[in-house]
Design a protein around this ligand. Structure first.
Ligand code: HEC
Length: 183
């Protein structure tokens, strides 16, 4: 009886040993993607110039309302008011990032406006009427602020695909809006 078991036990042992050796080679047990390819994919493209599209309706009240909403809110989950007309709805279980521009910029009606960026209060009066800036400058600054300032600490919104062209138009319209203190 004993003798007939022995060869079988030997084969089993050899099989187990082989399995153990194979399993201990961890490089074979999962994919090891090339990290440099992942980093490459996540990097934002080089600074890009954008021309403000003709379809940007800077005086349109719905456009300005969307810009205001994007400016003052962090994301679709944290927003208290509901999104204004024409703003893309986040997909189910997705949190859409908004501008949170107020974290760095003060502007009329800002709650806790930040000071990392220059205040955008009375922008139209101070910067547009004086011709220090124009709409194209503001559009480009929001789309990709690196074009005129390589060292900028401002967020990159269009090159990074964080926003689409319409959303950059919305924000431009809001910054350019002639504001009274209450708005
Ligand atoms: C992390 C901080 C930060 C955030 C967030 C930020 N900005 Fe800025 N912004 C800056 C800084 C710093 C500057 C000045 C340096 C520069 O021009 O690049 C600036 C400059 C600007 C200017 C140009 C002002 C001028 O005439 O010189 C505009 C317009 C502007 N930001 C709009 C926005 C809008 C709209 C948003 C939201 C989408 C936003 N910023 C988000 C930091 C920020």
């Amino acid at each position: 009886m004993n003798r007939s078991i022995r060869p079988f036990a030997l084969v089993s042992f050899a099989f187990l040993a082989a399995t153990a050796v194979y399993a201990s080679d961890i490089t074979k047990s999962y994919d090891m993607p090339d990290a440099s390819q992942i980093v490459e994919k996540d990097l934002i493209d080089n600074p890009m110039k954008f021309t403000m599209p003709k379809e940007c309706k800077l005086d349109d009240t719905e456009t300005i309302a969307r810009g205001k909403y994007l400016f003052h809110n962090l994301n679709s989950k944290a927003a208290k008011e509901s999104a204004p007309k024409g703003l893309a709805k986040p997909k189910k279980d997705e949190v859409k990032a908004y501008g949170n521009c107020v974290a760095c910029h003060n502007i009329e009606g800002a709650v806790g406006g930040g000071t990392v960026g220059p205040p955008l209060v009375a922008y139209s009066k101070n910067m547009i009427e004086t011709k220090a800036r124009d709409a194209q400058f503001v559009y480009q600054k929001i789309a990709d602020p690196r074009v005129d300032n390589k060292e900028t600490s401002m967020t990159i919104n269009l090159t990074s695909k964080m926003f689409n062209e319409q959303e950059v138009c919305d924000l431009t319209a809001y910054v350019l809006q002639v504001k009274t203190e209450k708005k």
